[in-house]
Design a protein around this ligand. Structure first.
Ligand SMILES: [Zn+2]
Length: 386
């Protein structure tokens, strides 16, 4: 007989796998595949290039269009350097809270989606639940794009995607994107007394940073129409690291800085990348007039598209019906929702637990949130069986 788990038992099992984003998640994926296949559910496992991580998606119920994707990630943020007072990989209940790394972000939702499977099969779903579990969500979101591409090839199109990031089961229809860049400048070294004959990579980089800072001020002074739900209601542009130079009296040969752009819908990460690349080309051309060796290079470290609010979106409408939450919500943290939306899925975020507990030492999810999440899954099954 196939194994059955309560949501709490399933969460205990998932938390027991150390799936820190810097390590392998294959043990967890193997467990999930065995569990689902034990129930006769078809699974597709997509490994990464190195072969040490994999995503999994599954179709629960008939292979027909109009189903609902339950999207979660299997990786968690590291516990190293954090002040944990308990074993992060053993789920423990205390004062109505279930403690463990990932309990909130977001193995709680994963556990609910997996634990409901036997009940969903018995209910006789008319439209499927498609479970999609990624890796590397916490580190560049590299796992979801190849998984989503394969889902579109293998599975009938779903009518809605629910990304179960912690929102206290509020319906979140929009979030900003993350564009993370490294900009490297190359100069030409001369003595500082004849600085005009060289190019300083530090000055070149500083000019770029000042331009970015001006864009931030410009954005703040010009809130985007329809972005009132966001704080701030515009794209933010930030430089978090800056290094360069060798000595006080030499024009710097090299410098670099990191840029973090939080694209606010309706703006996109792609248009910001284009603007920044155009500025890089302009600064490089000006510097090359002094020395042809000068360079300004932009490297994309991570690119997570924003999730734009949908007009009469199917995902939000479904979630409103299942949760009774009729407020319009937007969040400033990014999720995989934008990646699903980008390829044509109606997508919204809704999951148990509070984002305030995500990534924290002694991370926990309230028992009550897990119970509410279970009731939510039962309503989803009823909806898809009707
Ligand atoms: Zn998460």
């Amino acid at each position: 007989m196939a194994d059955r788990y309560t949501p709490r038992e399933m969460l205990e099992k998932l938390v027991s796998f150390d799936t820190t984003c810097t390590r392998s998640n294959l043990a967890l994926i193997d467990f999930v595949r065995d569990y689902l296949e034990g129930h006769g559910v078809a699974c597709w496992v997509t490994p990464n290039a190195a072969g040490d991580k994999a995503s999994l998606f599954a179709n629960v119920g008939p292979m027909v269009e109009g189903g609902v994707v339950l999207s979660g990630h299997t990786d968690v943020v590291p516990v190293e350097g954090q002040d944990w007072t308990r074993d992060p990989w053993t789920l423990v209940e205390e004062n109505g809270r279930l403690y463990g790394r990932g309990a909130c972000d977001m193995k709680g939702f994963d556990a609910l989606a997996l634990a409901i499977v036997p009940e969903a099969l018995e209910a006789g779903l008319k439209r499927p639940i498609q479970i999609a579990l990624s890796y590397d969500e916490e580190d560049g979101m590299y796992g979801a794009p190849p998984m989503i591409e394969r889902m579109q090839a293998e599975l009938p199109m779903a009518s809605a995607v629910i990304v179960g990031e912690p929102s206290r089961l509020a319906v979140v229809g929009a979030h900003k994107g993350i564009l993370e860049l490294i900009v490297r400048t190359k100069g030409f070294e001369t003595h500082s007394s004849i600085r005009h004959k060289g190019v300083s990579a530090v000055h070149l980089a500083a000019r770029f940073v000042t331009w970015l800072d001006d864009r931030q001020d410009e954005n703040l002074g010009r809130p985007l129409p329809g972005a009132e739900l966001f704080d701030p209601p515009c794209t933010s542009v930030h430089v978090g690291e800056f290094q360069g130079g060798e000595a006080h009296n030499i024009t710097a040969g090299r410098a670099w800085f990191s840029v973090d752009v939080r694209a606010c819908p309706p703006e996109t990460s792609a248009e910001w990348l284009e603007r920044i690349q155009a500025k890089a080309a302009e600064l490089e051309a000006a510097a090359q007039k002094i020395r042809p060796e000068a360079r300004v290079e932009v490297e994309v470290k991570a690119d997570v598209p924003p999730c734009a609010p949908e007009k009469n979106g199917a995902a939000e409408a479904l979630l409103r019906r299942l949760t009774g939450d009729n407020a319009s919500n937007a969040v400033s943290y990014a999720t995989e929702a934008g990646l699903f939306q980008r390829v044509g899925y109606s997508t919204a975020v809704c999951g148990p637990g509070d984002i305030a507990q995500a990534h924290q030492p002694d991370e926990y999810i309230e028992v009550e949130q897990l119970e509410k999440g279970e009731a939510f899954m039962k309503r989803l099954v009823a909806h898809l069986s009707a």
